[in-house]
Design a binder for this molecule. Structure first.
Ligand SMILES: Cc1ncc(C[n+]2csc(CCOP(=O)(O)OP(=O)(O)O)c2C)c(N)n1
Ligand SMILES: [Mg+2]
Length: 352
């Protein structure tokens, strides 16, 4: 058993979820180029979404993933196209990394009929079956048992696929987290649980929530393999997810990865950010995941500054086009409110 002293040393070494930077590793050129393009698309798409929110083109909740992009892109390259994905409400980055149509994602933010959830979901409820993205969920922690359930279906149907289930650090204090971990481990479900530890749940830091701040250790209670990951380094993300996927496909069951990451923007769109210092934000920006991958591409000679500038230009075109598409699309017809609503016709307890 770890002594109190050991435990406190372990925690202070990684205050606020900070971990020492992971060592660099080498990957094929195509992977680096995908990482750059995909992360840059997420970043530019959301920077634009932030501006549009200010113009009231986008309303309601809007949680930006800016700073956390290595989590989606690094996981993508470690998995197959048939694997299933589910996350919470900070959900624009993952579908874009998976290849969802940016037009449909932007139109959903605008609440337009052409949106990925027909304009009825908004920012927190992006869904895209065509890329196996199961949403977009607003209730903190609700997607954790759902992720286990999706993995159960894959195992039951003997597909060989797995489910990767993302959550925020706030979700690990929910009862559903612990219940799902217990069942998933007992049944050896092919699921990779990922906590994107960005240090805060709204304005509450991880330290203010619990004595256990090394979140990956929560899996130890269930005998589940787990590890912390420097998620500002996309190479490290890819490798950790690859290890977890290998276990899942070998029928060894779930893993728990703690992605240590950071969100540069506020929790949602109106957040005075009194709970953190500007210096803290700047410190993380110096380890920006996109700058990291850019530097790797240049040092490995996979592309020139001009090549990357051309990619940036292409992305600008894609984002501009998505805004035009969303702006010109119609709002859903009011009758749509009654469509796609789940109702069990033979529900035995209906009183009417
Ligand atoms: C069950 C539940 N309780 C409270 C809320 C309100 N709420 C919305 S987001 C949030 C913080 C969650 O933070 P975290 O899990 O760390 O995710 P992050 O926003 O950092 O990505 C809370 C408490 C909610 N949506 N659901
Ligand atoms: Mg958080």
């Amino acid at each position: 058993m770890a002594s109190v002293k050991e435990k406190s040393e372990r925690s202070t070494a990684k205050q606020n979820g900070k971990a020492p930077a992971a060592a660099k590793t080498q990957h094929p050129k195509e992977r680096y180029m995908y990482w750059y393009e995909s992360m840059q698309l997420q970043r530019k798409f959301e920077e634009k979404a932030g501006q549009l929110y200010g113009q009231q083109k986008i309303r309601g909740f809007c949680h930006l993933y800016i700073g956390q992009e290595a989590g989606s892109s690094g996981s993508y390259t470690a998995l197959t196209k048939d694997d299933k994905w589910i996350t919470a409400y900070r959900d624009h980055g993952i579908p874009l990394a998976l290849g969802s149509d940016p037009n449909a994602v932007m139109a959903e933010l605008f609440a337009k009929q052409t949106g990925s959830s027909k304009g009825k979901g908004g920012s927190m409820h992006i869904f895209d079956k065509s890329v196996n993205f199961m949403g977009g969920h607003g209730i903190v922690g609700a997607q954790i048992p759902m992720g286990a359930g999706i993995a159960f279906a894959e195992k039951y149907n003997k597909t060989g696929n797995l489910c990767i289930c993302f959550m925020g650090d706030g979700a690990v204090r929910q009862g559903a987290f612990h219940e799902a971990f217990n069942m998933a481990m007992l049944w050896k479900l092919p699921v990779i649980f990922v906590v994107e530890n960005n240090g805060y749940a709204m304005g509450t830091s991880v330290e203010r929530t619990s004595n256990v701040t090394d979140l990956y250790t929560l899996a130890e209670a269930y005998d589940m393999p787990s590890e912390p990951v420097d998620a500002m380094n996309v190479e490290a993300v890819h490798e950790a997810v690859s290890r977890a996927a290998e276990r899942a496909r070998a029928d060894e069951g779930p893993s728990f990865l703690e992605f240590r990451t950071y969100r540069y923007r506020g929790h949602s769109m109106s957040d005075p950010q009194k709970y953190r210092s500007k210096d803290e934000v700047e410190e993380y920006k110096r380890r920006d995941p996109i700058e990291f991958v850019k530097a790797r591409i240049l040092e490995l000679g996979h592309a020139t500054e001009e090549d990357l500038a051309a990619i940036d230009q292409k992305i600008k075109g894609i984002v501009d086009e998505s805004v035009k598409f969303a702006d010109e699309s119609p709002f859903p017809d009011p009758s749509e409110a009654y469509k796609d609503v789940y109702m069990q016709q033979d529900y035995p307890f209906l009183m009417e």
